[in-house]
Design a protein around this ligand. Structure first.
Ligand code: F6R
Length: 260
């Protein structure tokens, strides 16, 4: 596999030839973490980006190359108002795209509850569960077109901890592809905060496709600013960014989009 490696503003970048290879690299980073520490605590993401990575982890697990038997997981976020068995809930996504197919103990998988009566106390309890598990060893992230990480939208404070947020019109529109109509997309979510994410011991961010190229360039080469939350990852000492050629296509130039 041809893989280009470079460091930009202190962040290690791996650029793969295509989406499949980038997903293979990401799956291997996660598998290595588990092989080194079978009781690893993983932070996981949903969305289109990690699906191929999860498919590869399932294959590795079924081939006996990695075991999740002692792994604990915490997902980044969940829509408020969707029950765990709603097909578009992030709990249902994780069950369908990963957990059901691997040897993980479902009791050790955590997704915030979007139907908790008291959302503020659900957020607090999520933070304390992460703490009691010993913190996150490796956090997998996707990247929003607007630079969001988890559901921390532009303008989110860097010191935030798991909290209730309003989704931006752009995110609602982007995520409507998973729903029958845009009206069905929840307007609010629970998300790990930026400070929660930055406390992970290691972070792997995967971004795929041309549509992410601007957000990738701003993250790595733009200002570190809360108006592009992913840029705050540059304050973390152990981040690996995995890209395909298309998402890396705007890294060469110092010209960033007018918004930067
Ligand atoms: C998902 C999440 C989001 C996504 C981001 C990219 O748990 O937290 O931040 O990673 O919206 O979504 P996709 O991968 O669908 O392009």
């Amino acid at each position: 596999m041809k893989l280009e490696q470079q460091t930009i503003n202190g962040i290690e970048i791996r650029i793969a030839e295509n989406t499949d290879q980038a997903s293979a690299v990401t799956a291997e980073l996660i598998a290595e973490q588990i092989r080194q520490e079978p009781r690893s605590v993983l932070g996981l993401a949903t969305g289109g980006t990690p699906m191929e990575t999860y498919r590869r982890l399932i294959q590795m697990n079924q081939a006996g190359n990695v075991s999740f038997a002692e792994v604990t997981t915490f997902n980044l976020d969940e829509y408020i108002g969707l029950s765990p068995d709603h097909p578009q809930s992030y709990r249902a996504f994780m069950n369908a795209n990963l957990f059901q197919h691997i040897d993980i103990d479902l009791q050790k998988t955590h997704v915030p509850s979007g139907i908790a009566v008291d959302i503020a106390s659900e957020c607090k309890s999520y933070e304390s569960k992460i703490r009691s598990a010993g913190g996150i060893d490796l956090q997998l992230l996707g990247l929003g077109h607007n630079g969001h990480i988890a559901f921390n939208e532009p303008g989110s404070p860097g010191e935030s901890r798991t909290l209730q947020v309003d989704l931006t019109a752009e995110t609602i529109e982007k995520n409507s592809r998973f729903f029958e109509s845009i009206d069905q997309v929840p307007r609010h979510a629970i998300t790990m905060g930026i400070a929660t994410i930055l406390e992970s011991r290691r972070i792997v961010l995967l971004a795929l496709g041309e549509s992410k190229a601007d957000a990738v360039a701003r993250m790595l080469r733009g200002l570190i600013t809360s108006s592009h939350p992913a840029s705050e990852l540059r304050n973390h000492p152990a981040v690996t960014v995995v890209l395909d050629r298309e998402s890396a296509s705007k890294l060469g130039s110092t010209e960033l989009s007018p918004k930067s």
